[in-house]
Unconditional design. Structure first.
Length: 341
């Protein structure tokens, strides 16, 4: 949870090697590792969890009934929303409190870019370029070429020249299904030489699609990592689902003393809620031998006079002048009192 919340990309792959790590573990607020990574915007970790953890529950809800997709939509993490939707997250699921979907939560919280991303994905829900039947052709190319090569009258050429001179070039988003979209689909397709010479697709006949559950790499290749390791068994678990990896508690033999310690450890880890924006448990490695530099008063040095000094606020200068005047007046009154005595 801490690795996914903080964005430690190198730690998450190492934790996958441990057979006793429960990726669906929840804290006191009901947050899982996927929820924390999604709402924090760590899309690399989100994709790794979706691709390499067969037991990952995408539809797990927290204490308020929010899923990872809803949390990412509330925070405006559009890349994480895209990854979750293409992995099969339910876009029509509603929370029990407000009764809103992830799309409605994005609109309610003012995440306009996330709303546009969801609308674009629903308009084209299937990533066709990752399939074997995709042809790198642009249907609109023939019409644009014919329009450009068609003969134009003198008035039309003059109008285009005037329009090009008085047109302001304002940066804007690329057009949907335009030339930039075609270039991206063509260069990332399976027929592209950049992809065919550098990597191999494990499931070319089933490209990602919105609403379709995407299998992990271990499940597709049927590697030993997807099968039960030592201390694990594959079966029906009401909290995990069919075909998920569940921990076989009977296979782990521990002494009574160790069992008591391991039973206390989860309560210790769940003492604080790990949530972006909230307090995260800190680990002190060693005690500082001297107070930190920020706590010590910095003495002015002579060579600092030549450096640029920060400006002073006007109200502070007036306050200092008023204080100096009051001290001078008080000093005068004390002197007069001594003379009178």
């Amino acid at each position: 949870m801490v690795a996914c919340c903080r964005g430690f990309v190198d730690i998450v792959p190492l934790l996958r090697l441990c057979p006793h790590v429960d990726v669906n573990q929840q804290d006191t607020e009901g947050n899982t590792a996927l929820m924390m990574a999604a709402q924090a915007g760590h899309v690399t970790i989100v994709n790794y969890l979706l691709n390499y953890f067969p037991a990952l529950d995408v539809e797990r809800r927290d204490a308020r009934g929010l899923t990872a997709l809803m949390k990412a939509a509330v925070q405006g993490q559009r890349d994480c929303v895209t990854a979750l939707l293409l992995a099969g997250a339910d876009l029509h699921a509603v929370d029990p409190i407000k009764g809103k979907t992830a799309r409605e939560w994005a609109a309610f919280t003012g995440r306009f870019e996330t709303t546009v991303r969801i609308r674009t994905l629903l308009r084209r829900p299937r990533a066709e370029q990752f399939g074997t039947h995709y042809l790198p052709e642009w249907p609109a190319l023939a019409g644009l070429v014919a329009k450009a090569l068609s003969p134009k009258s003198r008035s039309q050429r003059l109008a285009e020249k005037i329009r090009s001179l008085f047109t302001f070039r304002i940066p804007r988003d690329p057009e949907e299904d335009g030339v930039l979209d075609h270039m991206v689909r063509m260069t990332t397709s399976l027929a592209s030489p950049f992809v065919s010479t550098a990597c191999r697709t494990v499931c070319p006949d089933s490209p990602p699609q919105v609403g379709k559950r995407r299998l992990s790499v271990a499940e597709i290749l049927q590697e030993p990592g997807a099968a039960p390791c030592s201390g694990q068994a594959v079966g029906h678990d009401p909290q995990v689902g069919d075909g998920r990896v569940a921990l076989d508690r009977a296979a782990v033999e521990t002494s009574p003393r160790r069992r008591r310690f391991l039973g206390f450890l989860p309560r210790l880890l769940r003492a604080d809620s790990i949530f972006p924006g909230e307090r995260v448990p800190r680990i002190k490695l060693s005690k500082a031998s001297s107070p930190p530099a920020c706590g010590r008063e910095r003495r002015p040095r002579a060579r600092d006079k030549a450096l640029l000094q920060p400006p002073k606020w006007r109200y502070k200068e007036l306050k200092e002048e008023k204080r100096a005047a009051e001290e001078a007046e008080g000093e005068k009154k004390r002197k007069k009192g001594k003379k009178g005595r």
